[in-house]
Write a protein of this length. Sequence first.
Length: 176
Amino acid sequence: MSLIMQSSRIRNPAPFLSKTYDLLQEAGSFHFKAADEEDEEDEEDEENGGGNRIVSWNADGSGFIVWSPADFSEGFKKTSPKRWEFKHEKFQRGNRRMLVEIVRKKCEPSVFPAYLRSSHEGAATMAVDQENGDHLLLMEENKNLRRQKLELQAQIAQFKALHIRLLDCVGRRIEK
């Protein structure tokens, strides 16, 4: 098998995962607290935003703490109500190779026909999903506008009938 074919089959972790993992590795914040120290230092860390840290590994390296909350929660479960700490079974300190096994959950099945989908999931798929979502919103709006149009047409017909009755009534009054 050629090198090109082999390289096209290699799965890479999502950029978000790689960047988060690299950020954690580069942070160098490996000062971990004992369980009895956590509450006091957590309050201090929360007051100053975790010092200079954006994120850090948790004490056992099985998850991470977000000191400057951003959109880090996709696919992770919040493990501590006191701070932004997240855990995922495939996201662990020292196990970078497991990142490729983390996949994003599919929110809803795509209405795009399967035979037209690319075998390579990527930016094109996200663009199609966005277009499908936009299309569904437009279809819903179109349906609402059609309903409103029918209601307005019914009101116009009622007002026309009322107008004719009023003219008829005025005509009879004038004749008397």
